[in-house]
Design a protein around this ligand. Structure first.
Ligand SMILES: Cc1ncc(COP(=O)(O)O)c(C=O)c1O
Length: 392
């Protein structure tokens, strides 16, 4: 095995391997719809939005799919429309938008820990945090791994509070054979370019609650009640026709994207867990992860290098990685005021320090997967020399 690039060897690849690459419909398939939009002048609030919403509702098996400008605005409007107040239970091992939307809607985050195996919010931690001032529970299908839906629904029902899912990574994920989307009061998806279903930018809120869907439609139009009055303080969170057209055609590619990513994840998992100190997210056998991200954990003593040292060595091989989510949200400056005592989120802090997301997208070739694995293997084998070089 040749010398790793960080020790002066040549990189395993001439072409940088990026973390993500959007896989998009061809221009040919989209052109008739785009031409039609230009000819009619209906560039927003038109029939392509309605068609996209209907196709998504059918795909997810939900009564209502409300398209919005992003998952973040979808979450903020959902929180607002449900009238959330008081403390809201939320994980900190998530992307910042799960929590920023809570603040915009006027609620207070109460951070709870995640299950270190699934990386999703831990129902036992939720139970322990459920005091009478809690107004809602927010869970995330992290990296596309379905959350503990049944346990969370039971906890929310017992406490009489709404349960909302941040399903930003959720397209392509299935909980016990059903697409995520129909659980809790609502689920908010992201359609940005790092996802399996892409609309350029955009979000979809899925719900079976007709009144909530109505309020979301009002909310994405400034809160306008239809008579130039305001039912509540809304946003402009509309999705334009071009984005809806892109999303509608991207939906045709979703199943292939999810199947491909599961195949790539199987390969990564099978090969990389043979290395000491490397572990991967646990996905329940009854569920399907979308693998919006594929994340490993690196236990430094066994592997020989810390996560950040591995990331630096991979960067030298021209392989892009991300430390999702480091720092976790409760350690961001904007949310420090809501942080629990330092020892309250041990699994969140451990995952933040040890997780590394590897390159994955919806149409990879086998060579790329092999290169990433071979790079991690050769870095592991040269761990003592790399430690020394980095210390120098
Ligand atoms: C967990 C999570 N929630 C929310 C968002 C925000 O999504 P958007 O960019 O569509 O607002 C993201 C973005 O990737 C995310 O990862």
């Amino acid at each position: 095995m040749k010398q790793p690039a960080i020790l002066g060897g040549s990189p395993l690849t001439d072409h940088p391997i990026r973390l993500v690459r959007p896989v998009l419909p061809t221009l040919d398939t989209m052109l008739p719809d785009v031409s039609d939009t230009l000819a009619t002048g209906m560039v927003t609030k038109g029939r392509y939005l309605a068609a996209f919403e209907q196709a998504v509702a059918e795909h997810l098996g939900v009564a209502h799919a409300v398209a919005v400008s992003s998952c973040t605005t979808g979450l903020a409007l959902t929180y607002k429309a449900l009238g959330l107040r008081g403390s809201v239970i939320v994980p900190s091992f998530t992307f910042m938008a799960t929590v920023s939307a809570l603040i915009w809607a006027g609620a207070t985050p109460r951070f709870v820990d995640v299950d270190p195996r699934t990386t999703n919010i831990d129902p036992d931690a939720v139970r322990a945090a459920l005091t009478p001032d809690v107004g809602a529970i927010v869970a995330v299908h992290n990296f596309g791994n379905p959350a503990a839906v049944d346990a969370l629904q039971a906890l929310a029902a017992d406490a009489g509070v709404p349960l909302i899912f941040d399903a930003a990574h959720g397209f392509g994920a299935q909980y016990q054979g059903r697409p995520v989307g129909g659980f809790g009061s609502a689920e908010s998806f992201s359609l940005s370019p790092t996802k399996l279903l892409i609309a350029g930018e955009g979000g979809i809120v899925a719900t079976n609650d007709a009144e909530l869907a109505r309020k979301l439609r009002v909310g994405r139009e400034y809160g306008n009640d239809g008579n130039y009055g305001s039912e509540f303080a809304g946003l402009n969170a509309r999705m334009a026709e071009y984005n809806a057209i892109l999303g509608r055609h991207s939906l045709d590619q979703l199943e292939t994207a999810a199947a491909n990513r599961n195949e790539y994840a199987d390969y990564y998992r099978q090969r990389l867990t043979q290395l000491p100190g490397i572990d991967t997210q646990h996905v329940d056998a009854a569920n399907r992860c979308s693998y919006k991200d594929f994340s490993i954990t690196v236990a430094a003593e066994a592997f020989g290098l810390h996560r950040d040292q591995l990331a630096r060595a991979l960067a030298a091989e021209q392989i892009d990685t991300r430390a999702y989510y480091d720092p976790p949200v409760h350690r961001h400056a904007a949310y420090a005021a809501f942080a629990p005592p330092a020892d309250a989120l041990p699994h969140t802090n451990w995952l933040a320090a040890h997780s590394l997301s590897l390159p994955i997208h919806s149409a990879m070739d086998r060579t790329t997967l092999e290169l990433v694995c071979a790079a991690i293997e050769r870095i592991h084998h040269a761990a003592p020399a790399i430690r020394q070089a980095l210390a120098d």
